[in-house]
Design a protein around this ligand. Structure first.
Ligand code: 5GP
Ligand code: ZN
Length: 112
């Protein structure tokens, strides 16, 4: 499958992976928008948040289970932001589900 993030997961494209387990990989965003900016994604290829199936529930439960640990790894103890863009209109540019985890600065609201 011609998917950038599947290639990163399969080590066909290099990245700075900070956490990995059976279901999940976390690597540094190539264009960081905060001092700590990583992408947290399921190893399973799912294109968008709108493509999640009932049988995927365990994977997303797992993602939230490891979230505090990963947030701490990038300096998120004092606060962090979790963002998921769905479809181009919301800013999605890679069509393999990923959560942006950002930390290390203050964040404004509403988001742009
Ligand atoms: P989206 O725009 O889909 O919400 O997020 C995609 C993210 O992937 C962007 O923040 C972009 O900087 C990041 N990105 C795109 N290509 C690469 C790459 O080759 N390596 C890494 N580490 N990040 C990438
Ligand atoms: Zn993929």
């Amino acid at each position: 499958m011609d998917c950038l993030f599947c290639k990163i997961i399969n080590r066909e494209i290099p990245s700075d992976i900070i956490y990995e387990d059976e279901h999940v990989v976390v690597f540094k965003d190539i264009s960081p928008q905060a001092p700590g900016h990583v992408l947290l994604l399921p190893k399973k290829h799912i294109g968008t948040l709108m493509d999640i199936k009932p049988e995927d529930a365990q994977i997303f439960g797992h993602i939230f289970k490891i979230l505090p640990e990963v947030a701490t790894m990038i300096g998120g103890d004092e606060g962090f932001r979790l963002v998921a863009n769905c479809y181009e209109s919301a800013g999605q540019s890679v069509f393999h589900i990923h959560f942006h985890l950002l930390a290390g600065r203050n964040f404004g609201w509403p988001p742009g």
